[in-house]
Design a protein around this ligand. Structure first.
Ligand code: F6R
Length: 245
């Protein structure tokens, strides 16, 4: 079943999505959260940190698995997703470092890293709630258009459009890594609940295609139509082409 929550703007989207994540933490304090990076969830993490600071949230038993990481970037690199997660969430709440999992982009054997990452998720008992953003080309995680829906954690070549979209974080487009390690769509779809957040007019067209069009690997997010517990929180701009209350 798909639930859609409309938000007025980025702030409202962040608050609504943070509410859903914090409800998950409150009903199951030792839950496994799947987390995402990128611009969209920054406001969510800021809200969770604010509630933690007010003593309304406790991360002591929470476990996390992140979606993806650039190949070649160590955790000390400011553009790495390890760095991002530390900056935006992990260093600001009482989560245990041993409960935090992010695929490594610098493992000597990346194929082994992919297998081990899948094993970690299985050993944790699977993901209770997976947070997703969506790329301007409809990607989820770094599963680019054309990705097979059944894949597990694997190495991908980033689409040119993704390299373009993400260059804003780097000094120069040539600095953007060409490869990433990502949970596959098969991994993502196994999550018990999925929460996707989308904002901005520039994603309105692809969001409409993903949620109301054909389910096709050309729009990776379209698979979410088939997930049994999928929630979207999006702002007015992103929903502007859809008829949603
Ligand atoms: C990030 C990730 C990506 C982003 C997507 C949207 O971990 O897996 O799929 O969610 O590229 O990025 P933003 O939010 O920057 O538009």
């Amino acid at each position: 079943m798909m639930k859609i929550y409309r938000a007025h703007d980025y702030q409202d989207m962040s608050r609504k999505a943070a509410n859903i994540l914090s409800a998950q933490i409150i009903i199951k304090p030792d839950c496994v959260l799947g987390l995402a990076t990128g611009s969209t969830p920054i406001g969510i993490y800021a809200q969770l940190v604010a509630w933690y600071n007010k003593n309304d949230l406790d991360f002591a038993k929470v476990k996390t698995v992140n979606l993806d990481e650039y190949v070649g970037l160590p955790a000390s690199n400011e553009q790495s997703y390890h760095y991002f997660m530390n900056e935006n969430l992990f260093s600001k709440v009482n989560i245990k470092r041993t409960n935090v999992h992010i695929p490594s982009g610098i493992a000597t054997d990346m194929e082994l890293e992919c297998m081990e990452y899948e094993n970690i998720i299985d050993e944790l008992g699977g993901i209770d709630m997976q947070l997703l953003g969506m790329g301007p080309n409809g990607h989820i995680g770094f599963n680019e258009p054309g990705s097979c829906f059944t894949r597990k954690t694997h190495i991908v070549d980033l689409a040119e459009s993704t390299i373009e979209a993400n260059k804003r974080f780097f000094d120069d487009v040539s600095m953007v890594p060409r490869k990433a390690i990502t949970m596959g769509i098969g991994t993502i779809m196994k999550a018990k609940k999925i929460l996707m957040v989308v904002d901005g007019e520039k994603k309105a067209k692809v969001l409409k295609r993903a949620l109301t069009g054909e389910v096709t690997p050309e729009i990776p997010a379209s698979i979410l139509q088939l997930h049994p517990d999928f929630t979207l929180v999006a702002d007015d701009a992103a929903l502007s082409l859809m008829n949603v209350e």
